[in-house]
Write a protein that binds this ligand. Structure first.
Ligand code: E4P
Length: 217
């Protein structure tokens, strides 16, 4: 499973990119607003520190203007992936863009039929939002399972980019189901490496090593 960072915080992205564990980045208008910075500058900077796809979302609601915005965004860097909303206009723009060789991430997916349409529109990625479904008392992970089954039934190339991930259990379940990508907040990526027995074990090893009086270097 590939890991994308769900963030528009260049410092956080740079720090995680240095680990070599990050395969791409997703942003959205809310994350850009939170950064307090210019959208185009932020995307350009992220693209310079991450080799993989960096999702930049159009903000128009009609397909004609979406395509104009996509042209600007695609001009920023070769690894920009255009994010479009899961609406009829978004799907229409998706088809034009993928036919033209762009990578397209169709976002705000909340049911399997929407994911089916995105695959038919040639989307590179479909973004089902797990956490927001959980928030409504539904099981977001069930949606990942359904999309996996449908895409496998028809050998669609569209990758399942599990989004709105809120905790480490979401990440594990996505991996068990076989999501292609998980886009994860930086704080949750860091938590994945944590276990109290790891900390305790390391403490013990370090204490015993100190007793030997030795040094490797
Ligand atoms: C995905 O691309 C979105 O940016 C993101 O995962 C949304 O997550 P949220 O529901 O926590 O805002």
């Amino acid at each position: 499973m590939k890991f994308f960072v769900d963030s528009a915080d260049i410092e956080e992205i740079g720090e995680l990119a240095d680990t070599g564990l990050i395969d791409g980045v997703t942003t959205n208008p809310s994350l850009i607003a939170k950064s307090g910075r210019n959208f185009l500058d932020v995307i350009k900077e992220i693209c310079s520190v991450v080799e993989g796809p960096v999702s930049a979302e159009v903000t128009a609601l009609d397909s004609v203007t979406m395509l104009k915005e996509a042209e600007v965004l695609r001009g920023l860097a070769p690894n920009v992936a255009i994010k479009v909303p899961l609406t009829m206009d978004g799907l229409k723009a998706c088809k034009v863009l993928t036919d033209d060789g762009a990578k397209v991430n169709v976002t705000l997916c909340f049911n399997a039929n929407q994911a089916l349409l995105a695959a038919k529109a040639g989307a590179s990625y479909i973004s089902p939002f797990i956490g927001r479904l959980d928030d409504m008392g539904q099981d977001g992970m069930e949606l990942i399972e359904e999309i996996r089954e449908i895409y496998d039934n028809y050998d669609f190339d569209t990758e399942i980019l599990a989004a709105s991930i809120r905790n480490i259990n979401h990440v594990k379940s996505c991996a068990l189901i076989g999501a292609d990508v998980a886009t994860v907040p930086g704080s949750v990526i860091k938590q994945l490496a944590k276990h109290p027995l790891t900390d305790k074990g390391l403490e013990g090893f370090m204490a015993d090593w100190a007793k030997t009086g030795q040094s490797i270097l």
